[in-house]
Design a binder for this molecule. Sequence first.
Ligand code: CAA
Length: 444
Amino acid sequence: MNVGIDAVAIHAGKLRLDLAETLAPALDEEPEKFTKGLGLHASSFPDVEEDIVTMGANAAHKLMERKGLTPDDIGRIDVATESAFDNAKPVSTYVAGCLEQVYDEDFHHANKGERKFACIAGTQSLDDAYNWIRAGRNRGRAALVIATDTALYARGDAGEATQGAGAVAMLIAEDPDLVTMSVEQGFGSADETDFLKPNQQFPSVDGKRSVQVYLARMREALEDYESVAEETHPDQFEYIPFHTPFPGMVRKAALLGYRHMIRDTEIEADLASAIGEQPRPDGFDDEAQYHDAVRDYMDALKETDAYAAWYDDTIEPTLDIARHVGNWYTGSVHIARASALRSAREAGIDMTGKSLLLGSYGSGAQAEIHAETVQENWTEEIDALDIDEQLAARRDISFEEYEEIHDVHNHDKEIDIDAFTTPSEEFVRDGPGPMDERTYRYVE
Ligand code: CAA
């Protein structure tokens, strides 16, 4: 049975903060630290009337309209988020409530839930939907998976330049139009405290450590994947979309991945005359010396034409969207996939039957590696993405406006300002309900 992603729709926060022009001077940072070091140009922010529910519902609505679906076609709604505002009632119920305002039918017979494991929860929700369909419990219906986050950090935190907000809605179905997902999966999972939110809205982060934990868990996941699939090779995958907190993180992960994949291959042999063979642990008595040798090898590998060409073809196209929206936490790896396929479409590459390797990651910490195979209707799905139009339509905000909007979305602050944009044909936040709950309405 082929199960995977049938359709995807994206909703980006409607405001744009330019990192080089606006954030860097205000924080007294060099613009190149953000644009070159982190690899980011802009963050998307939610306007006053947007939140994780409106962004998720707007993405899901767009997807359902495009595919001609009604609530009866959906047997499951899972929302993945690390920005939830309620410890009991799942975001999926709010999203279903929004969608029921615009459809005659309801979702009363759909199973709804919320997945939490930092950014990897989006991929875990795909896995849950995949398993539900393969188990034959779906009664012919599809699953709606929505990854939605306002990835905000406390003001002054080093993560401030990596912020972002947006939602990715995905329809998971049998015989999908976009990609099928592999049965084989690899995991790297450990109890880590590099990034966490113990009953607080903004994360406590050990940024430098979080980078090392990402790399360690990703490597474990790749080895675990190879133990059930096969040894991976750089030529096997057209694209490798990684979780992208910022493109500079993926630059580090890609180099490690490439070193791993070329070991004992003709690529390592071809490069040996220029940079030597990869150091192996059994060639060293001292572990520190081995690690130094690996670092030297990686520095040399990074400069080779073979690596640069592979990176440009396989990794760079996955980063296009992230560079202009920042980190979307649970949605991040899913915009990396969309970015890669959009780039293939622009380059006229026939992707049907080609493979992707997905590297998902969540702090706390867990990585998952699985493969995907692109399906023959992928062009229709990618042509339907309106992400370029959305990004172009965003309203640029000044630093003072950024300070206000950060406060608007800070749960501990009460600030009343007008929205910067005028909603049209979308869900927006309304006033609080009788139990102080969030309420929503559809604006024609
Ligand atoms: N020109 C070019 N490059 C420059 C530069 C300049 N003028 N100034 C600095 N740089 C480079 C630095 O060399 C560095 O690159 P390398 O790591 O390749 O050396 C890069 O810019 C960043 O500089 P710093 O390390 O000095 O930046 P920082 O310490 O202020 O912050 C960070 C970096 C710790 C990652 C911070 O952004 C952060 O805490 N982010 C949030 C946590 C995060 O995203 N972690 C990623 C892994 S965890 C995860 O993936 C889950 C998740 O979604 C959060």
